[in-house]
Write a protein that binds this ligand. Structure first.
Ligand SMILES: [Zn+2]
Ligand SMILES: [Zn+2]
Length: 882
């Protein structure tokens, strides 16, 4: 593949070394408020995949663009280095997670360097080093001091054969089998550590509105995840047990409540299970909250509806969750889909009490709820004194009237369980003392370092007996260390702050610098992190703002969720065997080709298909560009500063202005299309005539700089060839001001004209045209077009005829008026007649070049009447002499 003209391997290596030697991408500690560009740091799993390459090309291109615009830029990289896969890999390979992780990091670092990503490697962080994870422990203690840490029972996966706790990822398939021994996994209650993110639920929800630089989809996912609901809390009296609290958002439907449901782990359910085998079996084995359909068992008890006094049956049902709301609910099958499904299955009454709002004075009629529930608001029916009220009023009245009822807010969001029963994570800095209970490890004893890895079936920390043995920080008695480690999402919830001062020894981050440098201006990563990582990071930032003097309450100003790189419409994956290796592409075509192909293939948010032909044509483009620059450098042209040069000049300005705006929006594909179009124009220019040196050089120089963020190595090479000083990576971004609307009209005019000529030549079978006249429309047609666009009159022709100078055109005006009327919806403004004439004049060389015939641009005043009939604004008449 490598042609004599473009030795990508040599070129790329040379510039990577040169950037490195000159510290081009280093951000000094004393810069003020740099533009902070960040890609989500990778998990060091072995090798970079195409998703990584795309993610980091986006941030690198944007960081380079901002740097060339004159910004100080912070663009760091690090490693999300803890996690179960390293532990599994170590077990399989009979090594330890640390060595395996370090190897992966080394490989991936080399690959990143070979891609030409411009990182400040002095700021590299690796979360599995004590330097880093001691601050997870320190932060855990601060959260604890603030009352944001809780220890309570929670279910864990337990393999009775291995006698160990399993992470969710170690439970396989629908049958939920142990990943090692395929024994069915059971649930066990163990004491677990939680961070109380729910304390921040309201702020996390409300501040989403201000995240205007985030995709709406991500904002909506966070809103749904937090799931705030306003409703009513009220008591139902359960026979033998007394009042039981329930939550509902639809107290207006209470007259239709036909049963009462308890979560399987509601205290009443558990008490009943002691005595009743059927309930016991359901609670212990059959209940499946994730199942497709609701299941339950009748208790034989009744509950009293506080609005009607009616006694309704009580069920234990698995669709009621104990950690959402109160773990008990009134069920209204006529107006809730899940209640409806359960009622159908159990043969429970379905009684509609809400009707759609009737038209005018009509009586409301009950909706048909035989097949499915009616879930909209409406008007109450069969609801005693409340009949006839609208849902909203009824909710207010019932909440006020029912003694035990009061307004309440409920959230879907739960506290964040961070305990993991595995080795490769941050040890939770707690010591268990028989007398004092769980005690925090004092700050001066941090970090609690991981012991050596022990290859066992269970958690290696449980097997590390010596490591566990310690003394109580409070009373000095013998004590044992906590063996749970932290969820790795703790590491990633604040890593963006560590880059600010990665070597700081007495705090997780330099407060003053963080206040200046944060928030991250542009964050880029996968949509799979829309909720957990991005929500936890926001939570940490708010806690740090409240307690550690951070002056920012949100970590990421602008967020881009990049799309997938696919192969034939499918996600690339090892298991499908449809993986394209970045390494092979870099070896065969070079990093610049891979980067440029990816960035021009689609807008960053969109999925796109990898295409080997696309890669090859990208490579060919870079090769041709290099040829163009080399020819220029070998012999400076000597052409005139003529109309053609002015056309090319205008195109250079337009390209610079448009590409800059597109880079600013991270729509690299559009910026690159512009740039490639300019390359084509320059090539046609040199091909058609002897170019004007200054214009041509300005064009080449603009192209090289516009490509530099995406294809940085070859851009350096060509910048050097053109005599540029220093690095293009540090060169000034080209600037130009144009009216984009004017440019769009000018280009459309030229393109339409060329297409019309092609059509005529084609249809008339003209082989060798002798001359081409391009005739601009008369001025009155421009006036008529403007009137047609602005008018909303039904009778357009009548309106046109009110204008004397149009009316006097007679039949021609009527004909054109009819044309305008027919296309009225699609009309758009064109250039003014003089501007149109000038634009066609300057582009005439392109037509001459294409059709190999002289071109005359003719003003309306100099044209024949019959030719003018075909000339329209934006669409000149064409006369071809053959
Ligand atoms: Zn097992
Ligand atoms: Zn103690």
């Amino acid at each position: 593949m490598s042609d004599a003209g473009y030795d990508h391997a040599t070129v790329e290596r040379r510039w990577q070394e040169a950037w490195d030697d000159a510290d081009v991408f280093r951000t000094a500690d004393n810069v003020e408020d740099p533009t902070y560009v960040l890609g989500m740091y990778p998990y060091p799993s072995g090798k970079l995949h195409m998703g990584h390459v795309r993610n980091y090309t986006i941030t690198d291109a944007y960081a380079r663009f901002r740097r060339m615009q004159g910004d100080d830029v912070l663009h760091p990289m690090g490693w999300d280095a803890f996690g179960l896969p390293a532990e599994n890999a170590a077990k399989e390979r009979d090594t330890n997670p640390r060595d395996w992780t370090v190897d992966c990091i080394e490989t991936m670092t080399e690959q990143m360097e070979s891609m030409g990503f411009g990182y400040d490697w002095d700021r590299e962080i690796t979360t599995c080093t004590p330097d880093y994870y001691q601050w997870n422990q320190w932060l855990f203690s601060r959260f604890h001091e603030e009352g944001l840490v809780e220890r309570r029972d929670a279910d864990v996966n337990w393999c009775p054969h291995c006698e160990t706790v399993l992470a969710d990822e170690q439970v396989e398939g629908e049958a939920e089998l142990c990943w090692r021994c395929e024994t069915p996994v059971e649930q066990r209650e163990l004491e677990q550590w939680f961070l109380q993110i729910t304390e921040y639920a309201d702020e996390l929800l409300e501040d989403i509105d201000d995240l205007e630089g985030w995709p709406n989809s991500v904002r909506q996912m966070q809103r749904n995840w937090i799931g705030r609901q306003h409703g009513t809390e009220l008591e139902f009296h359960v026979e033998d047990y007394g009042p039981v609290e329930a939550f509902t958002t639809r107290v207006d439907t209470i007259h239709g409540a036909t049963f009462f449901a308890l979560a399987p782990d509601h205290p009443i359910s558990e008490e009943l299970a002691e005595e009743d085998d059927e309930i016991r079996r359901f609670v212990d084995h059959e209940a499946d909250p994730d199942g497709d359909e609701p299941n339950g068992v009748e208790t034989g008890l009744t509950a009293t509806n506080p609005a009607t006094g009616e006694e309704i049956p009580v069920y234990v049902a698995d669709f009621v969750l104990s950690d959402v709301g109160t773990g008990a609910l009134m069920a209204v099958p006529a107006h809730d889909e899940r209640d409806h499904a359960f009622a159908e299955k159990m043969g429970i009454d379905i009684r509609p009490v809400i009707a759609p709002e009737p038209d005018g004075d009509e009586e409301p009629t009950a909706p048909d709820v035989s097949e499915s529930a009616y879930t909209e608001d409406g008007v109450l029916i069969d609801a005693g004194e409340y009949s006839g009220l609208d849902s909203e009023t009824a909710r207010e009245r019932l909440t006020a009237d029912i003694d035990s009822a009061e307004e309440a807010t409920q959230y879907q969001l739960r506290d964040w369980g961070i305990s993991r029963q595995r080795y490769w994570g941050t040890p939770i800095p707690v010591v268990h003392c028989d007398d004092c209970g769980p005690v925090m490890v004092p700050d001066e004893d941090l970090p609690v370092e991981l012991p050596e890895f022990i290859n066992t079936t269970g958690n290696p920390l449980d097997a590390a007996e010596e490591w566990q043995r310690t003394t109580c920080p409070e009373c000095g008695a013998d004590a044992t260390r906590e063996t749970d480690t932290m969820d790795t999402f703790v590491d990633s919830s604040w890593y963006f702050l560590r880059y600010v001062s990665p070597d700081l020894e007495d705090a997780p981050f330099d407060r003053e610098r963080a206040n200046d440098w944060m928030p991250v201006d542009q964050y880029v990563g996968g949509i799979e992190h829309a909720v957990m990582h991005l929500l936890y990071s926001r939570f940490f930032t708010k806690v740090l703002a409240d307690n550690e003097g951070l002056e920012h309450r949100e970590p990421f100003t602008d967020l881009l969720a990049q799309g997938m790189v696919q192969l034939e419409g499918e996600k690339m994956s090892k298991s499908k065997g449809n993986v394209v290796s970045p390494q092979r592409i870099v070896e065969e075509y070079g990093a610049d080709t891979a980067r440029l192909f990816m960035m021009q293939a689609a807008q960053p948010e969109r999925d796109f298909d990898w295409s080997e032909e696309g890669v090859q044509s990208t490579y060919a483009f870079l090769e041709r560009l290099q040829g163009l620059v080399e020819e220029y450098a070998a012999e400076t042209p000597d052409g005139d500063d003529d109309a053609i040069a002015s056309y090319v000049d205008a195109e250079i300005d337009a390209t610079i202005a448009i590409a800059t705006a597109e880079y600013d929006d991270l729509t690299f594909n559009k910026a690159l299309r512009e740039t490639q179009d300019l390359v084509r124009t320059l090539r046609q220019y040199a091909d058609y005539t002897e170019p004007h040196a200054e214009t041509y050089e300005r064009g080449l120089s603009a192209v090289v700089r516009l490509l530099a963020p995406v294809a940085p190595h070859i851009a350096e090479e060509l910048y050097d060839e053109l005599g540029g000083d220093g690095f293009v990576a540090e060169a000034a971004w080209p600037t130009a001001e144009v009216d984009r609307d004017y440019v769009a009209k000018r280009r459309r005019l030229v393109e339409n004209t060329r297409e019309d000529i092609r059509d005529i030549v084609d249809v008339a079978g003209i082989e060798d045209p002798l001359g081409i006249d391009v005739v601009v429309a008369p001025e009155w047609k421009y006036d008529a077009l403007e009137i047609a666009i602005e008018s909303d009159a039904d009778n357009l022709i009548g309106e046109l005829m009110q204008e004397g100078h149009i009316r006097e055109q007679g039949d021609a005006a009527a004909d054109y008026g009819q044309d305008l009327q027919a296309e009225r919806e699609a009309l758009s403004m064109t250039l003014e007649p003089d501007a149109e004439y000038a634009a066609l004049e300057s582009a005439a060389w392109l037509i001459e070049r294409e059709f190999d015939a002289p071109v005359r641009v003719v003003r309306a005043a100099e044209a024949d009447e019959d030719v003018l009939a075909n000339a329209e604004p934006g669409r000149p008449a064409i006369e071809i002499d053959d």
